[in-house]
Design a protein. Structure first.
Length: 311
């Protein structure tokens, strides 16, 4: 993957658009990522993080440590991952806590020493192994699970088990969320501060440098969506462009993270959502991604000035 101007994009199996009871559900195929190319012909996206996977509940953990959204499961079995990898795109599995699954919740912080070997074997063989899904690594999203003392030993053991052959990344609001012992095994981190405050995005990035990450190990994450609607932590196209253009003093950031490729469609990002003339697929879909790539390829934009304490 690129060492700068990289684009990491999350993909969701299904996007729910609108409010109950009139929610529309849209599936954006994973292979659609391949339709978008840079000026040199390479894919715009360097890394895709697959959403739709959580820890299983404690009652089922020993036999099936992870739970998969059915649409994600179908996608993993379809050959789509190999198509992206063939184009040079790294494909990682994002794992969250068990959230709303019925049963005793599990998450990154609650994997006990007795359960850890089960998880490591499952990930390395069923998820990353050539006899499994042959993915390129794991993205840690430490949300929607119970609090506990086991994030550091779990991430550290997982990183060690990769032997430098797979990627381990983490989504963070601050660089200090990455456990100290696990940090040497983390390839890079994606900030998920989100919102439409440019200086807030920069501050989230800076926190990762303050925590010991190199400038080229950190992306700035943006959240594609209808900013005017409010309440969603969305990032405008203009703020996205400014964050893409911004670089730390005397260095270069890894790039940008987009939450999400699947939501970056007109049916979701327009205000109001689900407008009849903006239903998926639409010729103007993936406009946040287009804005990021345009700046990465040289389009000039104005970068706001932040107060020193904000940056």
């Amino acid at each position: 993957m690129r060492s700068s101007n990289a684009l990491i994009a999350y993909w969701l199996p299904t996007v729910g658009i609108g409010k109950k009871p009139a929610i529309h559900y849209v599936h954006v195929p994973l292979t659609e990522v391949l339709n978008y190319r840079r000026a040199d012909g390479t894919p715009q996206v360097d890394v895709v993080n697959l959403g739709g996977c959580t820890f299983n509940v404690a009652e089922d953990f020993d036999t099936a440590p992870l739970w998969f959204d059915p649409v994600l499961q179908t996608t993993l079995q379809s050959g789509a991952v190999a198509q992206l990898q063939g184009a040079g795109i790294k494909v990682l599995l994002t794992i969250q806590g068990s959230g709303n699954l019925p049963g005793t919740p599990m998450g990154w912080e609650s994997v006990t020493p007795a359960q850890l070997p089960i998880l490591l074997d499952y990930i390395n063989n069923q998820i990353l192994g050539s006899d499994g899904y042959n993915l390129d690594g794991i993205d840690v999203d430490d949300e929607w699970g119970p609090s506990g003392p086991y994030l550091e030993p779990t991430m550290t053991a997982l990183g060690k088990s990769f032997n430098g052959q797979r990627m381990l990344t983490q989504a963070v609001t601050s660089g200090y969320e990455v456990p100290a012992d696990a940090k040497p095994y983390v390839s890079f981190v994606n900030t998920m501060v989100y919102g439409d405050d440019f200086c807030g995005l920069v501050s989230g990035y800076q926190s990762c440098l303050d925590a010991g990450f190199a400038p080229g190990q950190v992306t700035i994450g943006v959240n594609a969506g209808p900013v005017a609607q409010g309440g969603g932590g969305f990032t405008s196209v203009a703020t996205t462009e400014a964050a893409t253009a911004w670089q730390p003093d005397g260095a270069t950031k890894l790039g940008m993270m987009l939450w999400t490729f699947s939501q970056d469609i007109q049916q979701f990002t327009a205000n109001p959502q689900n407008q009849p003339d903006k239903l998926y697929p639409n010729a103007d879909d993936h406009s946040w991604q287009a804005a990021i790539i345009a700046v990465m390829q040289g389009e000039k934009v104005t970068i706001p000035t932040c107060e020193p304490e904000a940056c």
